[in-house]
Design a protein around this ligand. Structure first.
Ligand SMILES: [Mg+2]
Length: 381
């Protein structure tokens, strides 16, 4: 895993940051653990350096409905003055400076994790700017043998199995993640139905989004064990005591996964000691690209890193890039549900072929959004 030691040559001085709250509406509304998403809010940031070079990043903002404008205001009101003027060569240095300066502020206002989301998006933008500044793509910088990232089909709702599993099979997907835990679906039934639809040699995963108690999780996982899910995601709350995770691990043959609601490398490592076998950092929620790559360097050999992602094409490409850097053991989440912010904001860039997505070949990390589309999706809420 990750033999390449990252090393940027240039020193970059940050000149400005601008937040872009955006929203797509009028398309399919996926049902999520926190409710339906009648529209898709998102938040992008653009950072420019003193030479006019730029980078784009994404800050997680799926919930609540105006999370994007909330975090955009924080960037403008609090972050910008601290970020402007910082010089760096490795993107992770900037997170460290901002944490030193501002973590107490965010602790005080009860928004430490919101701060982490913002730092994550800033880190991704800094990777984009650093690569563009040096004139290399992420794949070139990391010395990747393949410019394609592996992906898996995610967030398949019970009522869409018959349509979406064959469709994504055609795209070469071999891993299919189902949303379970909603009472009306029946957990075992949805897995049974999906198992009949997936192609030979492929696997199902399940995601119950932290909704089960320990006892409920034990029963639910026992009921689906016969279908040999590749992993069960967030079978417990992310803040469950490690003894609960250990007890669940001991009670099931299904490998457990978590990470989209875990903050900090120590907490990820503690989960692996409790027996979690698949970690799912989200580049828009914690650590950005630097955090995910750092995590990959520190993982025990028998633990997989499958990046979590649910947002626009900007963060999606960053998450796919992390997967590609980790190598063939890593598959990146790609939502199966319609989302114009993934399919149109940056053009038609998330094309899945043979289960893989081609990373950008030009200097930078991500595909910049089309300025016309960015204007179309601007959030006026
Ligand atoms: Mg999940």
């Amino acid at each position: 895993m990750l033999r390449h030691e990252m090393n940027f040559q240039d020193t970059i001085k940050i000149a400005r940051i601008k937040a872009f709250p955006i929203r797509a509406s009028g398309t399919y509304s996926p049902k999520m653990a926190l409710g339906t998403m009648p529209t898709r809010p998102a938040l992008l940031v653009k950072i420019e350096d003193s030479s006019g070079c730029y980078g784009w990043g994404e800050i997680w903002a799926n919930f609540p409905p105006r999370a994007n404008t909330h975090k955009a205001n924080i960037i403008e009101d609090v972050i910008e003055t601290h970020l402007r003027g910082i010089s760096f060569s490795e993107p992770h240095e900037v997170q460290e400076v901002l944490r030193k300066t501002l973590s107490l502020y965010f602790l005080h206002i009860g928004q430490s994790q919101v701060f982490e989301h913002i730092l994550a998006g800033i880190d991704t933008a800094l990777w984009d700017i650093a690569l563009r500044h040096e004139g290399v793509s992420f794949a070139q910088f990391m010395g990747l043998q393949s410019t394609k990232a592996r992906s898996y089909a995610s967030s398949i709702n019970a009522e869409d199995l018959e349509q979406l599993i064959p469709f994504h099979t055609e795209l070469g997907q071999t891993y299919f993640k189902l949303k379970i835990g909603f009472a009306e679906h029946g957990n075992a039934k949805i897995v049974e139905n999906a198992a009949k639809l997936i192609p030979a040699g492929s696997r199902i995963m399940v995601d119950s989004n932290q909704t089960w108690t320990l006892e409920q999780a034990k029963v639910a996982l026992r009921d689906i064990e016969a279908y040999e899910p590749y992993f069960a995601e967030e079978a417990l709350r992310s803040d469950s005591p490690h003894s609960d995770w250990e007890e669940l691990v001991a009670s099931t043959d299904i490998p457990l996964a978590a990470g989209e609601n875990i903050y900090g490398i120590e907490d990820f490592l503690a989960l692996t000691r409790a027996g979690i076998k698949v970690l799912q950092p989200d580049v828009a929620k914690w650590g950005g690209v630097s955090g995910a790559l750092d995590l990959a360097k520190n993982m025990p050999e028998d633990v997989l890193i499958w990046p979590h992602f649910m947002g626009t094409a900007v963060g999606q490409v960053a998450a796919l890039s992390v997967s590609a850097a980790i190598g063939k053991s890593s598959y990146c989440e790609v939502d199966v549900n319609e989302n114009l912010l993934r399919s149109e904001l940056c053009g038609d860039v998330i094309n899945i072929e043979d289960g893989r997505v081609e990373l950008p070949s030009v200097p930078g990390l991500v595909h910049p959004p089309s300025l016309n589309r960015l204007t179309d999706f601007t959030d006026w809420m």
